[in-house]
Design a protein around this ligand. Structure first.
Ligand code: AMP
Length: 408
């Protein structure tokens, strides 16, 4: 099946056309500055290798989708003769609250529930709704499937997802841990289970999705037992610009000392913290690693080393904690921008973990960058297998969409 995977943001829309029979991405692209001056589309046809980038007015997501349809069916840049060759659309949706524990066909009832998710992730949910409406306008009648970042984590038990706040806030506002990056954790844990060559039910895997946003999950028997992100994607480990877990009492303390509003503190925690907050100059791990490699004479060396070591420390703690709640550990997976590419971060995390059964193969680890497939980075004698596995959230979305449409 040819599935159009759509990731709609408030002013952007990314897409991929995936053939689920072969897993081949036939075309992909991005529409940017939707609803603004200078909106543009960048489209790549990956079979022929043709590409186009041009400014074109897009007042809303429906205009953007119409342009996507134009290029997907274009004689030079397209890869299908007409839209009948595309069977369905799969949407990435950031927050499904407690309503959605799996991917689902879009219906009126589903849209009503998605409206309620605006409470949890207002900007994202509004953008997703615009993307869905844009597809309805540009491709009326085409089945649409919603795939949620939160769904894979819905297997957590209350002891893992409840916060020890007055219970009424859970009942009134749905205040609980939801977890994010679910499609990525699901994809890499399933790939890892295949590599372990034992039934999924018997596997105990820690998945470390480390990119600009980062989350770690404990996946036992194919089900999430715990994950580091929480009610929002601010929780967990240190990230590019997000602080991750801090003492919650710091929020009122900062409001008092700095005369800030709650919204201002929230902005600091989301946009000015993490790597950026500690180093004061960059949220990009490549910049941090560059400064560390340059050595102590580099003015940013100390802070960059500190920022990277904070993350290392948190990852080690998290892997140990998740091994404890799973009562064992078969494998650790590193994925996403940093997890797939930063051999140095992986080494920092995996050394001195022999007690837990982790033995890093330093040479294999060094080689495992810009991955074209899974790479084993533990020694053959390591009790715990450690892998770097490229994530593929779009493929998860395409496969779920195809499976749901096939079952109709
Ligand atoms: P993501 O959010 O998954 O796209 O990941 C973005 C992060 O991955 C940024 O911090 C990048 O600096 C980081 N990244 C990408 N390539 C590399 C690399 N070769 N080495 C270290 N970090 C990388």
């Amino acid at each position: 099946m040819n599935i159009l995977v759509v990731n709609a943001g408030s002013s952007s829309l990314k897409y991929q056309l995936i053939d689920t029979a072969t897993d081949v991405v036939r075309a992909k692209g991005i529409c940017e500055r939707i609803g603004m001056d200078g909106s543009l589309i960048e489209h790549k046809q990956l079979i022929k290798g043709s590409k186009v980038k041009l400014e074109s007015p897009m007042k809303d997501h429906a205009d953007a989708m119409k342009l996507v349809v134009k290029y997907l069916t274009d004689a030079e840049y397209g890869c299908v003769a007409d839209m009948n060759e595309i069977q369905a659309i799969g949407h990435r949706v950031v927050h499904g609250g407690s309503f959605f524990s799996g991917s689902i066909l879009m219906t009126e009832d589903v849209l009503e529930k998605l409206e309620l998710c605006k409470e949890f992730a207002p900007l994202h949910t509004v953008a997703h709704l615009m993307g869905i409406k844009g597809c309805l306008d540009a491709m009326p009648g085409k089945p649409q499937v919603l795939v949620f970042d939160t769904a894979f984590h819905q297997t957590m038990e209350p002891e893992a997802y409840m916060y020890a706040l007055p219970y009424e806030y859970y009942e009134k506002y749905g205040l609980r841990r939801y977890g994010f990056h679910g499609s990525s954790h699901r994809y890499v844990s399933a790939e890892m289970a295949k590599l372990l060559d034992k039934p999924v039910e018997e596997t105990k895997i820690v998945t470390c999705h480390i990119g600009n946003g980062s989350s770690i999950s404990a996946v036992k028997g194919g089900k999430v037992m715990d994950t580091t992100m929480g009610f929002t994607p601010l929780a967990g480990v240190e990230m590019g610009t997000r602080c991750g877990d801090i003492d919650p009492a710091i929020v009122p303390y900062l409001m008092d000392k700095e005369g800030m509003t709650a919204a201002q503190v929230n902005d600091v925690m989301n946009k000015k913290s993490g790597f950026l907050g500690i180093t004061g100059f960059s949220s990009d791990s490549r910049d941090l690693e560059g400064a560390i490699a340059a050595g102590p004479s580099d003015p940013n060396y100390e802070k960059c080393l500190l920022a990277v070591n904070i993350l290392k420390h948190q990852l080690k703690k998290c892997i140990g904690a998740y091994a404890a709640i799973m009562n064992g550990l078969d494998a650790v997976v590193f994925t996403a921008g940093i997890g797939e590419n930063s051999a140095s971060l992986r080494e920092r995390v995996c050394v001195d973990m022999e007690y837990l059964g982790i033995e890093l193969d330093k040479q294999a680890n060094e080689k495992a960058v810009r991955l074209s497939g899974s790479a084993k980075i533990s020694t053959d004698s390591s009790k715990v297998a450690v892998y770097a596995i490229p994530t593929n959230e779009e493929l998860v979305i395409a496969r779920d969409t195809a499976a749901i449409v096939e079952s109709l």
